[in-house]
Design a protein around this ligand. Structure first.
Ligand code: SAH
Length: 387
């Protein structure tokens, strides 16, 4: 286990003590502790309401006794909904959830013709400090509990039952760990949340995608898990000089180690990894970077997702002109690489990639973050250290 995980257990216990019985923070196998002395089938009924057919209020759990519904009414969700915003004519919804500890969690729901994808957070804030990412600029606040991660999916499903999106599946079909945080730096809780999504909610491993900035020990551990989820690797630069400037973690786990761990993931699980590449004008959109990226993508048999830089208040990076993006894409394709430009959703509600959490620069507090190995928060404390 990463060194950082020792603290998680403490946090979790502490949190459970203060908000005892918050339903989604209780592992699904231990729900009898919530139901108490009632008949055995009540546990199954409650589990179904929480994970199979989630509802927004306990009141709607119609086959449970009224008294019980009242008891759990205020502790159903481990967070309040502070903000709900819609964009793209109702096909994008962003939620800002606030936990009792004050941490904010953001999730973005995107409806497409054949899938409804939820982008979830694994940490409040992020310690990785990638220069172009709003969450990274904000710093790290705390790891999320497995229950807080799964509750984002349950909440989106409960919402969709009430208000399905026009022309999209009426439940979450895909989950991507691309919201706030570095999922592999919160390994035990992310692992447990994946287990609950698969075993309790009934989702398939191939509908789940873990996205990492290159936390190598976590990538190697994930390859050994019983579920072959999709792995996306946020590369952004195809040589160490540039990558270390954009992604501080690259100093600890250089490009070659990240590529080797991605290759290991593909070989072990049989799942092709995808490479995420946020295109920044004048920074990583050159023909030289495209050529080096193509070589890596070919080696990994990986699909490349190009994301145009979404402007954030604390970074001067800008998206390239459309012609430059097209040229970059063509160069990859001409080199035989499967590549697409990812469609951007929710930009006007700050719900697009890398925009979560910061509304304006004045909003940035002094949470610790890694600027380099040995910075305020060590890499081990951030949960990405070796075992
Ligand atoms: N820590 C994980 C998951 C969160 S970020 C990771 O790095 O993969 C999800 C994706 O959004 C990453 O590929 C990230 O590089 C990208 N991203 C971050 N900031 C962005 C920005 N300002 N514009 C576009 N994409 C961004």
């Amino acid at each position: 286990m990463p060194t950082g995980s020792a603290k998680l257990v403490d946090w979790s216990t502490e949190q459970r003590r203060t908000i005892a019985g918050v339903t989604y923070l209780v592992p699904p196998e231990e729900l009898d502790s919530v139901v108490g002395d009632g008949p055995r089938y009540r546990v199954d009924q409650l589990r179904d309401w929480l994970y199979r057919t989630p509802v927004l209020t306990a009141d709607e759990m119609t086959n449970l006794p009224l008294g019980f519904r009242t008891t759990i009414a205020d502790t159903l969700w481990p967070f309040d909904v502070e903000v709900e915003q819609t964009a793209d004519r109702g096909s994008t919804i962003k939620w800002l959830f606030r936990t009792p500890s004050g941490a904010s969690i953001e999730a973005v729901l995107m409806g497409y013709e054949k899938r409804t994808t939820l982008c979830i957070s694994s940490q409040a804030g992020c310690a990785m400090a990638c220069t172009f990412c709003a969450t990274g600029q904000f710093g790290f606040e705390r790891h999320l509990d497995a229950g807080e991660i799964v509750a984002q999916v349950a909440y989106a499903n409960a919402h969709l039952r009430k208000a399905p999106m026009p022309r999209s599946p009426d439940h979450v079909t895909n989950v991507v760990f691309m919201g706030m945080g570095e999922p592999l730096a919160n390994y035990p809780h992310v692992r447990e949340s994946i287990r609950r999504m698969i075993e309790t909610m009934g989702m398939s491993a191939r509908s789940l995608t873990v996205s990492t900035v290159g936390a190598v020990p976590g990538m190697r551990k994930l390859a050994e898990e019983p579920w072959n989820v999709n792995l996306a690797v946020s590369l952004h630069a195809a040589d160490d000089d540039l990558r270390s400037k954009l992604v501080p973690l690259n100093k600890r786990y250089p490009l070659r180690d990240v590529v080797d761990a991605a290759d290991n993931y593909f070989r072990t699980t049989g799942r092709r990894v995808s490479i995420e590449w946020t295109l920044m004008a004048g920074t990583n959109d050159s023909p030289d970077q495209a050529r080096k990226l193509a070589a890596i993508a070919r080696e990994l048999h990986a699909h490349v997702n190009l994301i145009a830089m979404n402007v954030t208040p604390l970074s001067d990076e800008r998206p390239p002109e459309p012609a430059r993006t097209r040229a970059f894409l063509s160069q990859l394709r001409d080199a035989g690489v499967n590549a697409t430009v990812r469609d951007t959703r929710g930009r006007e509600i700050d719900a697009a990639c890398g925009q979560l959490r910061v509304r304006d620069a004045a909003d940035v507090p002094d949470y610790p973050k890694i600027t380099e190995a040995g910075g305020i928060l060590t890499l081990d404390e951030a949960g990405v250290g070796d075992d």
